[in-house]
Design a protein around this ligand. Structure first.
Ligand SMILES: Nc1ncnc2c1ncn2[C@@H]1O[C@H](COP(=O)(O)OP(=O)(O)OP(=O)(O)O)[C@@H](O)[C@H]1O
Ligand SMILES: [Mg+2]
Length: 647
């Protein structure tokens, strides 16, 4: 037979230790708790003094602890319940524990002294109570902070007067924490706070003081003590709110109890009116205002009534493709929508112009701190239609098209870029590929009479493209990547792309951009032909030469290669020293008391270029060999060529 008992929950004394040690957040918060206690004790001022060694005092002129019984009930015992309305701040009867987690403290009040030393090693969990002859009016707490980190916090938070003397009080955490409490708080003799009534507010009522501005967040103060900052999107406004009544807070006093607090509910309605007035004013919105509205529509559309929707429909808060802001009225004028990928602007602009597409931009979601996703785009579009359709004339169905589909549909979209507009590196690459164009034409057996023109262009879809007849275009990004780094393909990639495009011959494979078996065969043969390597070499050399001519630095990867080749050539030269110097050598021993070492270097130059300083530096690596000045400008021929090592 089963037996049922009614039993109560129990609390282990260890919970008190947790309450003291773990409810404490920061020293600033712990000191604010002391000030709240002083206000509850009816004090008319509080004086704080913190020195650089972490010694401090907090003194008030309140009623203090009146008797031993009171000390036992309220100081010794944690969690004694409050009577409704007996305190402004006090609720849990544990706040005093916070300071005990940071400092050993001595509390003096009336004829009593309470010593709390929880931070001593091996300390017992308790306090000592002493009765004395001396009388302390109000309550005075002296303490010694133990950890050096916390002493530093006291300094930077503005608790030690120094920050205040230097005029930094406005930026200090402690100032922000107790900025609007209702009694004067002095730090090292300086008055820190201002009474709420002495400030300028945009609105005041029996619930509190309100200041709405252009900032990003709303700072909320519970009867003068800071609770938290909330993003503009929480209340659709930003600025300051200082409550006159108690906000129902959690134990840490850094969040309110959502469904219980009438003060916050009231704030919500005041904020809403301010927000409606603001959007009605039709002034240009800040990013944070626009973001708050987008977020409200996306997440709280149920709360938007007809009146608000009527105002919003003409407000410009939706970022458009062109970077302007448009209203829901303009947005919903379209029937085809797509989620812009953030970079394929050519395609998006064309779809907008030619087919009246309207784009949901990544910025739209970023402003509202929402994830950019196709799912969210669809949801947002549906909500927009839902909220604003009563005010929109065009009530046709609206569709969301995948951006990939647009990319495919407009894959031929590109824009030619004239040489004059290309940055030097891209122009050098384009010229280099032009330099070998006719060779590539031969290599790929392109039957066209003339070599296709090589141009630069911009496209969202292709690295290179051609009409198969008279031009091949290279995306500027690819031209840029010819500059060899550890992450880019260098000139070879450009040559391969050119071969690829040359293999698209006449109209056949261009319209569909199809890669047939013949196409692959042609490409395969071209890249395996002997001439291929020569083309890559010529193109690279020409490219580097162009870079030098344009005063551009050769990339460090390229330089490492050429230096390595130069060194290799040198070491080969060491193995085969020239036995006899050429008689007519212009650098013969006359100019040099010790004849310089000479090397036989085999160069593989071809074509009809002339030697330039850059060529020689490239061939030998700077600092290794200094070419004879007289060779510069001479025709380059393959064969043996003699240079000397620089001392
Ligand atoms: N400066 C003070 N002057 C007089 N009494 C004080 C003072 N500081 C604390 N007390 C007494 O000690 C009690 C405990 O303070 P404590 O901060 O721990 O709790 P509380 O203020 O009642 O509630 P809460 O946990 O919400 O702060 C107070 O209720 C008050 O009776
Ligand atoms: Mg308290």
């Amino acid at each position: 037979m089963s037996k049922t008992e009614k039993r109560a929950f129990n609390v282990h004394p260890g919970i008190i230790q947790h309450l003291i040690r773990e409810q404490a957040g920061t020293l600033v918060k712990a000191v604010a708790e002391l000030i709240m206690n002083s206000i509850d004790a009816g004090a008319t001022r509080v004086d704080l003094d913190f020195d650089e060694q972490g010694k401090f005092s907090v003194v008030d002129d309140g009623r203090g602890f009146l008797s031993r019984t009171e000390i036992e009930a309220f100081f010794e015992t944690f969690g004694t319940p409050h009577q409704e309305g007996d305190a402004t701040f006090g609720r849990f009867r544990i706040g005093r524990g916070q300071i005990m987690a940071f400092a050993n403290t001595r509390w003096r009040t009336g004829n009593f002294i309470m010593d709390v030393r929880l931070l001593d090693s091996g300390a017992e969990f308790g306090y000592t109570l002493t009765e004395t002859e001396d009388y302390q009016p109000g309550c005075r707490i002296d303490g010694q902070i133990v950890s050096p980190d916390v002493i530093r916090e006291a300094y930077y938070a503005g608790l030690s007067g120094e920050q205040l003397y230097n005029g930094f009080s406005d930026e200090c955490d402690f100032y922000s924490m107790i900025r609007f409490v209702g009694i004067p708080v002095y730090v090292s003799g300086h008055l820190l706070n201002t009474l709420p009534a002495d400030n300028h507010w945009s609105h005041e009522d029996e619930f509190g003081y309100y200041l709405f501005d252009n900032s990003h967040s709303l700072s909320i103060y519970n009867q003068g003590v800071f609770v938290c900052d909330t993003e503009r999107r929480s209340f659709s406004v930003a600025g300051l709110f200082v409550s006159k009544r108690a906000i129902k807070l959690n134990m840490a006093r850094n969040a309110w109890l959502r469904h219980e607090c009438e003060v916050i509910q009231h704030l919500r309605s005041v904020a809403h009116n301010a927000y409606v007035a603001r959007i009605e004013s039709s002034a240009r919105m800040t990013d944070s205002e626009a973001g708050a509205i987008i977020r409200r529509i996306a997440t709280e559309s149920d709360e938007i009534d007809e009146n608000e929707a009527r105002i919003l429909v003409r407000s410009k808060f939706i970022p458009s493709l062109a970077g302007q802001r448009i209203s829901p009225f303009q947005f919903l004028d379209a029937t085809q929508f797509s989620l812009y990928d953030g970079h394929s602007s050519l395609v998006a602009e064309r779809a907008e112009k030619e087919e009246g597409f309207c784009f949901l931009t990544p910025q739209l979601f970023d402003l509202a701190n929402l994830k950019v996703s196709a799912k969210n785009a669809l949801l947002f579009l549906e909500i927009m239609v839902d909220v604003f359709s009563p005010f929109i004339i065009n009530n046709q169905d609206r569709v969301l098209v995948q951006f990939d589909e647009l990319l495919e549909a407009y894959s031929g979209t590109f824009e030619e870029i004239p040489d004059a507009e290309l940055p030097p590196k891209q122009l050098a690459a384009l010229r280099a590929i032009r330099h070998v164009a006719s060779q590539i034409k031969q290599l790929t057996k392109d039957p066209a009479r003339q070599t296709r023109k090589m141009i630069a262009g911009k496209s969202d879809c292709s690295d290179a493209w051609t009409n198969g007849i008279n031009y091949i275009a290279f995306n500027t990004a690819v031209l840029e990547q010819a500059y060899l780094t550890r992450w880019s393909g260098g000139i070879e990639r450009l040559v391969n792309l050119a071969i690829h495009e040359f293999c698209h011959q006449a109209h056949s494979s261009v319209d569909t951009h199809e890669h047939t078996l013949e196409f692959y065969q042609a490409y395969h043969e071209a890249t395996l032909a002997n001439a291929y390597c020569d083309i890559v070499r010529r193109c690279t050399r020409f490219y580097l030469k162009q870079l030098c001519k344009a005063g551009q630095r050769i990339s460090s990867v390229e330089r490492t290669h050429t230096t390595a080749i130069g060194k290799m050539l040198l070491s080969m030269g060491e193995k085969f020293p020239v036995k006899k110097e050429r008689k007519d050598a212009p650098w013969s021993s006359v100019a040099h008391p010790t004849p310089p070492k000479t090397y036989r270097v085999v160069l593989d130059f071809s074509g009809d270029e002339r030697i330039s300083q850059d060529d020689l530096v490239l061939a030998f690596g700077k600092g290794w060999l200094e070419p004879e000045q007289s060779t510069i400008g001479m025709p380059i021929t393959s064969g043996t060529w003699v240079a000397r090592k620089v001392a």
